[in-house]
Design a protein around this ligand. Structure first.
Ligand code: HEC
Ligand code: HEC
Ligand code: HEC
Ligand code: HEC
Length: 141
């Protein structure tokens, strides 16, 4: 075979592999699909980061949070594990659960629960954060 033919065949082969990757038909790309990534994530034991790990970058929120009514509540209660975010530092890597349900998990009236409780009629129709700063848990003006 002539050398230039070999080079041509090689170039076509490389081009084919690149195309396969681009359109996600390579077996390696399938391995890394969102579904298999989710499965891998779900099989991992959750590792939580404690509030102290948020302090260096969010000192204002940390101070409000640890000196107010929510001083015993970890950031992770409302923001998830925070583990990836502490190294990635992007808005997408952290959860913000700004819903009534996220607060009612702890503040709904359950017999024997020893914290201030409210029922669904309290401030109904608006998010709790409209009136309460979720960090200090004070009534905001
Ligand atoms: C090393 C610095 C760093 C650490 C540690 C860190 N953050 Fe952040 N955080 C950032 C930066 C930078 C942003 C802004 C990202 C942006 O707007 O793109 C941010 C944004 C956020 C936001 C707002 C996201 C949004 O949608 O606007 C929340 C909530 C947050 N961090 C919570 C936490 C919590 C909880 C922890 C502790 C587990 C933590 N952060 C630890 C740097 C950090
Ligand atoms: C009781 C639930 C709750 C806890 C606990 C909590 N947060 Fe938040 N956080 C929220 C909600 C809801 C928002 C979005 C609404 C808002 O900004 O007021 C928010 C917004 C933020 C933001 C972006 C807006 C801002 O105010 O700068 C940062 C950063 C943040 N939280 C960091 C933290 C850190 C760090 C901790 C722990 C020291 C923490 N949060 C604990 C509920 C909580
Ligand atoms: C992980 C549990 C937990 C979650 C989630 C939580 N809280 Fe709290 N909250 C507490 C604890 C514990 C206290 C302090 C004990 C107490 O005041 O009864 C408290 C205190 C408060 C207080 C002060 C009550 C008083 O006695 O004056 C307010 C207001 C409050 N939280 C609002 C909220 C709001 C709004 C949210 C959602 C953004 C929220 N909480 C989410 C546990 C939680
Ligand atoms: C329209 C404004 C408003 C909204 C929305 C609101 N609150 Fe309040 N909340 C208040 C005010 C004002 C007080 C203090 C007076 C009182 O006890 O009613 C208060 C008091 C509380 C207390 C202390 C109760 C006690 O017995 O000491 C808790 C806990 C609380 N709110 C949690 C929540 C939660 C959780 C939500 C969302 C499900 C929420 N609030 C939504 C205005 C609001």
């Amino acid at each position: 075979m002539r050398p230039y033919l070999l080079v041509l065949i090689f170039a076509i082969a490389v081009y084919g592999v690149v195309l396969a990757y681009t359109f996600g038909i390579s077996p390696i790309v399938k391995e890394n699909s969102i579904e298999s990534w989710n499965q891998k994530e779900a099989s991992r034991a959750p590792v939580y980061v404690q509030s102290d790990a948020c302090k260096q970058c969010h000192l204002d929120v940390f101070t409000a949070s640890t000196s107010g009514n929510h001083s015993t509540v970890e950031c992770s209660a409302c923001h998830g594990s925070g583990r990836e975010h502490a190294s990635l530092r992007t808005a997408e890597s952290i959860l913000i659960e700004d819903t009534r349900d996220a607060c009612m998990i702890c503040h709904k009236n359950i017999a024997g629960r020893n914290i201030a409780t409210v029922d669904e009629s309290h401030g109904s129709g608006v998010r709790c954060s409209y009136c309460h700063d979720p960090h200090s848990a004070n009534i905001s003006e």
